[in-house]
Design a protein around this ligand. Structure first.
Ligand code: MG
Length: 262
């Protein structure tokens, strides 16, 4: 039974909001789960926003959440590196939100030729100079960590390049892929979520709107998965998505609120 779970690992975009617009049923459901005393953590692959920025967005939806209820790829990446090598010297392609989290985790931002880690995250101001530096860090064999594997990102007026733009370019230039990918469907970010919740995979449900991202991430840690049809996946394309990705969610709900109507 879904409502017997002690905790819920919930995706943001397509579940409780679409960019800056709230999804009413999703917001209402999270409020109710919290009232029931369930532990909640929002997990997002966003690589340009810090926890602080996402916190403001969730609060603007009317959700009363704290920073430790948000796990975003920027923060998870910083925690992962800080645990592997405290105080490590890092070079990043990322923008302010990622830099903020790397510094908060005690990592030192340096130039590519001094770096122990190459941290690849999206950057809406990426240019030839920054790509040159990332290329050179990659060629030096610097440990390569990517915030998330998203090829494209659904923005309000259509798809925009995701972190995949940089991962793809580096791969084409050097043949190298990231040593570690942190964001969903990787279990790195999901295990961090379990650690923060203080729960086992069997005690949580993983909720999201994408089979290849959220359902795959849930299965990676062996948790039960809930696909909601308020985002990328719809009634119309559901079967096609299941076949395309070869993964079947444990539950399919019209919205997160349907969890109470089962
Ligand atoms: Mg989503």
């Amino acid at each position: 039974m879904l409502l017997d779970k002690k905790g819920f690992i919930i995706d943001i975009d397509g579940v409780v909001g679409k960019s800056k617009t709230p999804i009413a049923e999703g917001v209402k459901a999270v409020k109710k789960l919290k009232e029931m005393g369930k532990k909640i953590i929002f997990v997002s692959n966003n690589s340009t926003r810090s926890r602080r920025i996402l916190l403001e967005r969730l609060r603007s939806f009317g959700l009363d959440v704290s920073e430790d209820e948000i796990l975003v790829a920027t923060y998870a990446t910083a925690r992962f590196i800080a645990r592997e090598k405290p105080g490590a010297r890092v070079f990043t392609t990322g923008e302010r939100g990622l830099i903020e989290e790397l510094e908060l985790a005690g990592l030192k931002l340096v130039e590519y030729n001094e770096a122990e880690y190459l941290v690849v995250g999206s950057n809406r101001g990426i240019n030839f100079e920054l790509m040159t530096k990332a290329l050179r860090a990659c060629l030096r064999g610097t440990r390569y960590v990517a915030t998330n594997p998203d090829r494209v990102f659904p923005s309000e007026d259509g798809p925009i390049p995701g972190t995949g733009m940089i991962i793809g370019a580096l791969y084409w230039m050097t043949g190298k892929e990231p040593d570690v990918i942190v964001g969903k469907p990787s279990k790195v970010i999901m295990e961090e979520a379990l650690k923060i919740l203080g729960l086992k995979a069997s005690e949580v449900a993983v909720v999201g709107d994408q089979i290849d991202v959220d359902v795959a991430a849930g299965k990676a840690i062996g948790a039960e998965t809930v696909l909601v049809l308020t985002g990328v996946t719809t009634r119309e394309n559901l079967q096609q998505m299941i076949e395309r990705h070869g993964l079947e969610p444990d539950y399919v709900l019209d919205s997160l609120y349907s969890i109470f109507e089962r």
